[in-house]
Design a protein around this ligand. Structure first.
Ligand SMILES: *Cc1c(COP(=O)(O)O)cnc(C)c1O
Length: 374
């Protein structure tokens, strides 16, 4: 069994993907070929946002957003304590200070209450300026944007949506990558919309920021690429990746639906024996991960061993809270305690999840867990 079955996806759609890749190789326009602009237009329309700038990966996408806003030394950036390293990594990279915020015990997304406490702490007990909240749509479910937006308005913060795990997710009919002042995603192969290498994108409705982002991702270019008006990055999405993504977008909705069905099937079988994912009313997850939570670490280790024995791959996202990562130790501002994150890190386990998961496979995973836990 595969954790995320990219081979099966390719076999299912081989004709379209091969044709798209082959066209790029024959046209030999490998950097900034026409497929890149086509993809940007298609992504922007899908999300319902005015501008999309494709870039080299999801981490660069976050960095580009913070650079466009001029975030740097003296600025506080609020980041959930339970996320992939990138969400916080880009903050000290630009000289700013990450302030880690606890998560909601049910959704595992940033806790609006903890966020408010962290902002108040920074205002009253540090010299930092609160500037940005990075809201991560963890495992595919959008964060609580209504509450986050209200707080951002009250404290004059910018909202950066990190939708690396949630492309295609929704609140009502509105898609992820449309909730931030700037939003970002990743096309890492195992993400809900993945390419065949590294890739990412930045989204915004703001014309001025879009201009800066376009410049920043090609060496700070001005009128042309040999006219450089600011310090930027070399962070383009290459044409081959754009072609793969264009082909894959045609069956993305179908894949999202299949993941939703697989998740429902898991939950139907498992909800009595383990804590299954909690999806808020009106929200639709893109199901980057299907993550359950056990009573304690010991049972999790037992579950992993039994599943491994049965040939079923699992993964722990995430073992370590951000505030305990050594890389952040140097300029850590402990504004709030992140006890929920610490608790969940010791108990969570992600199960195989992808659009090509068969019912018999789900049944096998669930049987192993039910045998252990009942
Ligand atoms: C994967 C991921 C990223 C980084 O994406 P890359 O394309 O691997 O750089 C950022 N944030 C979150 C939450 C992620 O899961």
């Amino acid at each position: 069994m595969e954790f995320r079955d990219l081979k099966k996806q390719y076999q299912t759609h081989q004709k379209e993907i091969d044709a798209a890749v082959s066209a790029v190789i024959q046209e030999a326009h490998f950097i900034s070929g026409p497929q890149v602009a086509q993809l940007e237009a298609k992504l922007a329309a899908y999300v319902g946002v005015k501008h999309c700038i494709a870039c080299a990966n999801g981490t660069d996408a976050l960095q580009l957003a913070l650079m466009a806003w001029g975030i740097g030394a003296g600025d506080a950036v609020f980041v959930p304590d339970f996320t992939f390293f990138s969400s916080g990594e880009v903050v000290p990279l630009l000289g700013a200070t990450p302030v880690f915020v606890d998560i909601d015990a049910d959704t595992y997304n940033i806790s609006p209450e903890s966020l408010e406490s962290a902002i108040e702490y920074v205002i009253h007990y540090t010299d930092l300026r609160p500037r940005v909240v990075v809201a991560v749509d963890l495992f595919g479910q959008p964060a609580e944007y209504e509450k986050i937006r209200e707080m951002a308005d009250r404290y004059h913060l910018l909202v950066l949506e990190d939708a690396a795990q949630a492309f295609g997710g929704r609140i009502g009919e509105r898609r992820t990558c449309s909730f931030g002042d700037i939003s970002t995603t990743s096309f890492f192969p195992a993400k809900p919309l993945g390419c065949y290498g590294d890739g990412g994108a930045v989204f915004t409705d703001n014309d001025a920021w879009a201009d800066i982002l376009r410049s920043l991702h090609v060496h700070g270019k001005g009128g042309d690429k040999y006219d450089n008006i600011r310090i930027g990055l070399n962070s383009r999405l290459d044409t081959l990746q754009a072609a793969v993504l264009l082909a894959k977008m045609d069956f993305l909705d179908e894949e999202l639906k299949r993941c939703d069905q697989a998740a429902m099937e898991y939950t139907r079988r498992l909800h009595d024996v383990v804590k299954t994912p909690f999806i808020m009313e009106n929200m639709t997850s893109a199901w980057a991960q299907y993550t359950v939570c056990f009573e304690d670490t010991k049972i999790r280790e037992q579950a992993m061993a039994i599943l491994k024995e049965a040939g079923i791959p699992t993964a722990v996202y995430y073992k370590k809270p951000m505030h305990l990562q050594q890389a952040f130790a140097k300029n850590l501002v402990e504004a709030v305690s992140c006890t929920t994150t610490e608790d969940i890190c010791g108990k969570c386990l992600s199960l195989p999840m992808h659009p090509y998961l068969e019912e018999a496979q789900i049944e096998k995973v669930c049987e192993c867990l039910i045998n252990l836990l009942q």
